[in-house]
Ligand binder design. Structure first.
Ligand code: FMN
Length: 389
């Protein structure tokens, strides 16, 4: 079973993740993994922290000569900012607990409940771990999973479809998004909408406020049958939702037309099936986003995630001092003003982890050669039943 854990604080020495279950002999392209990390750091609306960090992975175990060994892979991403924080964050020496103490807890962040639950008088102990800095680890893990999936032509892209009240209502083909999205600093493939988004971010920023939005993730070249209808915890849509909802600030996940299923009659929701000798078994539409009965159908998987606005506001909201209980304005921690473009990279890589997990579950194999044999045999059997890749 593919699984991972992450560890590390936002201003700690390093972020560490352990990814267990990646088969042996997968060739890793470290530059591609680092390129993914770099994309997460970019995007219009990010704060000063991202100018300090230049995330790169350092692999500490599980890989030899760029090829996976089949054991757990340990990944380190150093926090450059630690140099400036060592006297507050050092885990093995006495530290200065006072200078960076956070009393005035921020609404919408984990600060208040974290202090109550873990019996802390300093919300720094909470925010260091609840911070979305952890998403760098998620991206590194997903980027390794993508390198497994590349062997089976499975490809990913993502883009921003809404920031604040500005929406891109157009439908794009996968390849168009993939070719154009990295040219946009807000990861929006429509130039007109991009300009409006940038204006909206500038306006809200000048008011000391923040923005959320919606990102779309697409996966292509899948095979049918990843996931299963036979048990609730085998359904791939359930697993995707769990992983995506646990990304910091994600408040909604839709598959296909999502909540719109409720506004339409069945004839406008289901994807009709046809067969032709050239295409094999196919669908006319993809409203259900490539998943039926908790399983991939082989059509593109299409997911949208809604991100709430960043909770740290430069025009702080009313809150309390968690120790004196007096009313105060919430603390201002150096912060992004809009992180929706970065969030699209995070969500894309989180989806890559889930797809990889379910592909490995379906076809099995301790090494790349066995995976390929099993994959080809499954695809051949599907071919005998009328499905074509
Ligand atoms: C890529 C990314 C960057 C984020 N940057 C910030 C930030 O700079 N400041 C902040 O207060 N919240 C930021 N957040 C959101 C918080 O981490 C998140 O709201 C908080 O951990 C509480 O979790 P919840 O929103 O899921 O309840 C970011 C989220 C993501 C996905």
């Amino acid at each position: 079973m593919l699984r991972y854990l992450t560890s590390g604080e936002s201003h700690g020495k390093s972020l560490i993740s352990i990814l267990d279950g990646i088969p042996a002999n997968i060739e890793l392209n470290i530059d591609e993994i680092n390129a993914e990390l770099k994309k997460r750091q970019g995007g219009y609306g990010r704060g000063g922290r991202m100018k300090i960090e230049q995330d790169k992975i350092n692999i500490l175990g599980g890989v030899r000569g760029k090829k996976t060994l089949g054991g757990p892979i340990s990944i380190e991403i150093k926090n450059k900012d630690y140099e400036n924080w060592i006297k507050y964050m050092n885990p093995i020496e006495d530290v200065d607990f006072e200078t960076k103490k956070v009393n005035n807890v921020r609404p919408g962040h984990a600060d208040l409940v974290g202090c109550l639950k873990y019996d802390f008088t300093d919300a720094r102990n909470v925010l260091e771990r609840s911070s979305a800095r952890e998403t760098a680890s998620k991206v590194a893990v997903g980027a390794i999973c993508k390198q497994v999936l590349k062997n089976f032509d499975i490809d990913f892209t993502s883009h921003v479809v809404q920031i604040g009240s500005v929406k891109d209502n157009n439908i794009y083909k996968f390849d168009y998004i993939k070719e154009n999205v990295d040219k946009s600093e807000v990861r929006c493939v429509n130039k007109e909408v991009e300009e409006k988004i940038i204006k909206e971010i500038d306006k809200v920023k000048s008011e000391g406020d923040t923005l959320g939005g919606i990102v779309e993730i697409r996966v292509k070249n899948l095979i049918p049958g990843l996931g299963s209808y036979t048990q609730f915890d085998k359904k791939i849509d359930g697993e995707l939702a769990m992983h995506l909802m646990s990304v910091q600030a994600i408040k909604g996940v839709e598959i296909g037309i999502g909540f719109d299923v409720a506004n339409n009659p069945g004839s406008s929701v289901m994807d009709e099936i046809y067969y032709d000798v050239e295409d094999g078994i196919k669908r006319k539409t993809n409203r259900l986003g490539g998943i039926e009965g908790g399983m991939t159908t082989g059509e593109e998987v299409l997911i949208r995630c809604a991100m709430k606005p960043i909770p740290t506001l430069y025009k702080p909201l009313n809150s309390i001092n968690v120790n004196t209980l007096e009313s105060y304005s919430a603390s201002i921690e150096r912060s992004d003003n809009c992180a929706v473009p970065a969030c699209s990279i995070v969500c894309e890589n989180v989806v890559a982890f889930v797809i990889c997990k379910y592909l490995l579950d379906k076809i099995g194999g301790d090494n790349l050669a066995d995976l390929k044999t099993n994959y080809n045999s499954y695809v051949k059997r599907l071919g005998d039943r009328g499905w074509k890749k």
